[in-house]
Design a protein around this ligand. Structure first.
Ligand SMILES: C[S@@+](CC[C@H](N)C(=O)[O-])C[C@H]1O[C@@H](n2cnc3c(N)ncnc32)[C@H](O)[C@@H]1O
Length: 377
């Protein structure tokens, strides 16, 4: 399979023998399988004949042999692969991958250097972004992970875009010079790879680097090493997910004050017993909060005192890693770091984007759309 035919970089309408598909039961129950003529998928929802899947459009719901269950077979994508891949290591998830792709300014044709490869979660997304003519050079020192990822690249038709190298980048460097538009590090000691990463950047052009680390001590060492090596505009971000649930609540009446006695009536005595469709909720201070009611408004009407609110769901699982971004402008063997050099670097970036003083370059857009605290403006 070639990159043009890869299901990760292009779209196909119908499921063919040999295709990778995502067997989708619900968002928490998905698995990636290769469709094979005469094979059977057995799980708790029944037996599913692969012959019944071949020829169906991607997304089709297929019944089990006994008709007591059904599964949808989805088109693979880097997003779904990240949710279903065999974990060989900790992996990057979509919120971080999205931010990294945006901040490294990745696009078709870009040349990216990555280490470590790990389970290849990040690599799959990058491959799609830089396809069809870009290149990802990914480095991993664990031999078995390298071999498994090589097999996956062939099975997924990505071997012309992604080149996996078996190498310890901290002790032996990347061995690359003047090739990279961007570098991404997900390593236990990224600071040991910074000097060699600098050599990999294309000369005479602004390059972008990102390092992903779970501990602030790693971040500190990495930032110091970046500055020592002439990287500038060093910034750290953390991606947090905040889920919001939409709920209908029954507002409790506000307390009133008796003008004669001065006593506050908090309406406790007047509180109605909860109906069957109501549940007690605690607010953030552990106090009893407004009552959440099961929404049964088929016609969209609310009962008296009811309002629809958006509530933050506490303790949403998310990543706790820090993303350090920086830029570098390599001229010859020397990174330029003076204020003048930054102007040269930014001008170079603008020229590369084909913009003039009046145009909004990508570099400019990125600066304007992201405020210092990382919020979209
Ligand atoms: C957390 S995993 C990377 C996960 C990857 N970003 C993903 O999304 O699947 C870190 C990987 O770096 C590799 N690694 C650690 N130190 C390394 C080094 N010095 N050179 C190359 N690879 C290294 C580890 O073997 C591990 O597979």
């Amino acid at each position: 399979m070639t990159a043009e035919k890869s299901l990760f970089t292009s779209y196909s309408k119908t499921i063919q023998d040999g295709d990778l598909v995502i067997a989708y039961v619900n968002p928490l129950d998905m698995s990636a399988i290769h469709v094979k003529k005469d094979a059977v998928l057995n799980n708790k929802y029944g037996a599913f004949l692969h012959n019944n899947i071949i020829g169906k459009p991607f997304g089709a719901r297929v019944e089990s042999v006994k008709g007591n269950g059904h599964i949808a077979f989805l088109h693979p994508s880097p997003e779904l692969w990240t949710q279903t891949l065999p974990h060989r290591t900790q992996i990057l998830y979509m919120p971080d991958i999205a931010l990294v792709s945006e901040m490294l300014d990745l696009k078709p044709g870009a040349v990216v250097v990555e280490s470590g490869t790990g389970s290849g979660s990040f690599s799959h997304s990058i491959a799609r972004t830089i396809a069809p003519v870009g290149k990802l050079h990914t480095f991993e020192y664990h031999e078995e992970r390298v071999l498994k990822f090589k097999d996956e690249l062939v099975a997924h038709g990505l071997e012309s875009i992604v080149e996996v190298n078996h190498r310890n980048v901290c002790s032996d460097g990347f061995g690359l010079e003047d090739v990279a538009d961007a570098v991404f590090l997900d390593l236990p000691s990224p600071w040991e790879a910074i000097a060699s990463a600098k050599q990999a950047f294309k000369k005479g052009k602004v390059g972008r680097i990102c390092s992903f680390s779970p501990a602030i001590e790693q971040v500190q060492k990495t930032c110091l090493e970046m500055e020592k090596n002439g990287f500038y505009d060093v910034r750290m971000f953390e991606t947090l997910i905040r889920r919001q649930d939409i709920k209908t609540i029954q507002k409790r009446p506000l307390p009133t004050r008796d003008v004669v006695t001065g006593h506050t009536n908090n309406n406790k005595s007047k509180k109605k017993p909860l109906a069957a469709d109501e549940e007690k909720e605690k607010d953030n201070n552990g106090e009893e909060a407004d009552v959440v009611v099961e929404s049964d408004q088929a016609n969209g009407a609310l009962k008296e005192g009811q309002v629809i609110v958006s509530k933050t769901v506490a303790r949403v699982a998310g990543h706790t890693s820090f993303l350090v971004f920086a830029s570098v402008f390599v001229e010859g063997d020397k990174a330029v770091v003076t204020a003048d050099a930054k102007t040269v670097a930014e001008t170079a970036m603008d020229l590369e984007d084909g913009s003039n003083a009046g145009d909004e370059s990508n570099a400019g857009k990125r600066k304007r759309s992201m405020t210092d605290d990382g919020q979209k403006s």
